[in-house]
Design a protein around this ligand. Structure first.
Ligand SMILES: [Zn+2]
Length: 195
């Protein structure tokens, strides 16, 4: 147990069992300012095909860092027990950094939304986060929800942000194509009146 964990957890936080007995969580011991670094994930990188055969505990504690690459903590440390919440107070900074999205008070559990990094169906579950805006089910395609894209702007992992950008470009191209088509159909009237 003397081995240093692969992840970093700010000294302002500690990992401990949740009060409801439902696993472990990360709690603040001191106030944390918006933008402050709270954790950096570490470990070993696996490609999807090997990753899906790992034990469930390793899969559930990992973080997706690229389209098909996963960071698995070894050895596991307190910083790897950051839970999901549909109303998170932390978000990703780059591939492996976790920062406060707002000021965090002493005693609050620090959580992020797995939609910020997940695009694959490896850790889907019924959410019991208890927040008023809980979406009930957490899955690998949640990043596509427009309300989440808006709420977590600036806090998605780079590989997810690339997907969001590509989706927006595609949508804009579609709208442009539809507009051109409509203009073509309407052109006999509009051109004769306005030209
Ligand atoms: Zn939830």
């Amino acid at each position: 147990m003397s081995k240093q964990p692969s992840s970093y957890l700010s000294s302002k936080l500690e990992g401990r069992p949740k009060a409801d007995g439902n696993g472990n969580g990360i709690y603040s011991l001191k106030p944390i300012n918006k933008g402050e670094l709270v954790a950096v994930f570490g470990g070993v990188i696996y490609e999807w095909d090997a990753f899906i055969h790992l034990p469930e505990i390793e899969r559930s504690l990992c973080i997706q860092v690229e389209d098909r690459h996963f960071l698995v903590p070894r050895p596991i440390g307190e910083g790897d027990y950051v839970n999901h919440s549909c109303n998170p107070n932390a978000g990703l900074s780059g591939q492996i950094g976790l920062v406060a999205m707002r000021d965090i008070k002493v005693g609050e559990e620090v959580c992020f939304d797995y939609a910020m990094c997940d695009t694959m169906p490896y850790d889907e579950f019924n959410c019991g986060c208890g927040s008023p805006n809980c979406r009930g089910q957490v899955g690998g395609s949640d990043w596509q929800k427009p309300e989440l894209q808006k709420r977590y702007a600036g806090f998605f992992a780079p590989h997810v942000q690339r997907k969001i950008d590509a989706q927006r470009t595609e949508k804009r191209a579609f709208v442009r194509a539809m507009r051109t088509k409509t203009q073509k159909y309407n052109s006999p009237i509009s051109t004769s009146v306005y030209e």
